[in-house]
Unconditional design. Structure first.
Length: 328
């Protein structure tokens, strides 16, 4: 007989932490349901940008990150959980069902949950003190543990080549135009509704220069500092592989945060199958499917703490279904 679920208030609290996950353009493309089976995670089609994300990569990465955040939040609240990914073959938007088990969580998960409130996307120049190889190797292992592959790009020629490919992606004619239009549309919706991309980016730039993110090479990539570029790849070129890459993305970002590192996720420069294929060709080892670049480094001495980006209130993204709250 399955163990009783935690009460609704506890599961709601876990979701409040889960929505702190990073998401593309701070779109927060998720919906949650608490029901008799546990917590269900759904993709929110209203918050998907098909023009900029035709293959759902960003959607799935963002939701995967939120799923990983949820598991950590449950751990911090005292329980491990069982995850079923894509539990309903007839409903591809139903991404996961999470059932808290009541078993003691892993201590590492409890610790990592503490990094949720500390992690921020940081576009600034990083310090010139390098990140130790052993730390980077640890991040590679973290990604592997969550079913994805992290490749640490060497400084010099390898980095220059990746940056060149990232710039190429942004210059794909109509795709770029659609992309910029998609971003502009997103930036204009519901200002102040807790999902403003401008709030996510403005004021984050070196020198505080305001403005929308450029669809060309992402801000920060040109910095000459000791940041390291890594490529996070899915192990399979399908929705499950990408969702798991999102979970790994969260695990890598939070592990880095826990180690006192600063991070920047960039998926926009990988928007385009040709660029992804070119990046994949440069990666040694068995075939993998690049999904996102993660920049890792150290904040400069004296760098100010970054403010938290806004989120939609949980009440807007959560439905509770049960005897007292039947599904509508
Ligand atoms: C899948 C994914 C892709 C992202 N791609 C980019 C990107 O290309 N450029 C960028 O500046 N930020 C990117 N971000 C960072 C988001 O803009 C950021 O997570 C969001 O604004 C919330 O801010 P926070 O991470 O500080 O909480 C991405 C985040 C995720 C999860």
């Amino acid at each position: 007989m399955p163990t009783a679920l935690p009460d609704v208030a506890t599961m709601r609290r876990a979701i409040e932490h889960a929505v702190r996950a990073p998401s593309v353009h701070n779109a927060q493309p998720w919906r949650w349901r608490i029901g008799p089976e546990g917590i269900d995670l759904f993709a929110d089609p209203d918050r998907h940008l098909p023009a900029t994300d035709p293959e759902d990569h960003d959607l799935l990465l963002s939701c995967g990150a939120a799923l990983h955040h949820l598991l950590l939040a449950l751990a911090a609240l005292g329980t491990s959980a069982r995850v079923e990914r894509f539990p309903d073959p007839g409903h591809p938007g139903h991404l996961a069902r999470v059932r808290p088990t009541g078993a003691a969580p892993a201590p590492g998960a409890v610790r990592l949950a503490g990094a949720i409130a500390l992690r921020h996307t940081d576009h600034r120049r990083f310090a010139s003190r390098p990140v130790e190889r052993a730390v980077l190797d640890g991040l590679v292992r973290t990604a592997a543990g969550w079913g994805a592959h992290l490749h640490v790009v060497g400084a010099g020629a390898a980095r220059r080549r990746l940056v060149e490919l990232m710039g190429r992606s942004a210059g794909l004619g109509q795709q770029q135009i659609d992309y910029a239009a998609g971003i502009a549309r997103w930036a204009e919706r519901r200002p102040g509704a807790g999902d403003d991309i401008g709030a996510a980016v403005d004021g984050r730039r070196a020198g505080g220069v305001p403005g929308r993110p450029s669809p060309r090479v992402p801000h920060g990539v040109e910095h000459v500092d000791a940041s390291v570029l890594t490529v996070l790849s899915a192990l399979t070129d399908d929705r499950l592989g990408t969702l798991r890459a999102g979970e790994a993305c969260s695990a890598v970002l939070l592990t880095a945060t826990d180690l006192g590192l600063a991070t920047t996720p960039w998926s926009r420069p990988l928007a385009g199958p040709r660029v992804r294929a070119a990046i994949a060709r440069d990666l040694p080892g068995p075939a993998v499917f690049p999904r996102i670049v993660l920049r890792v480094g150290r904040a400069r001495d004296g760098a100010e703490d970054l403010p938290a980006t806004p989120r939609r209130p949980v009440g807007q993204v959560l439905e509770v279904v049960g005897p007292d709250h039947p599904a509508g």
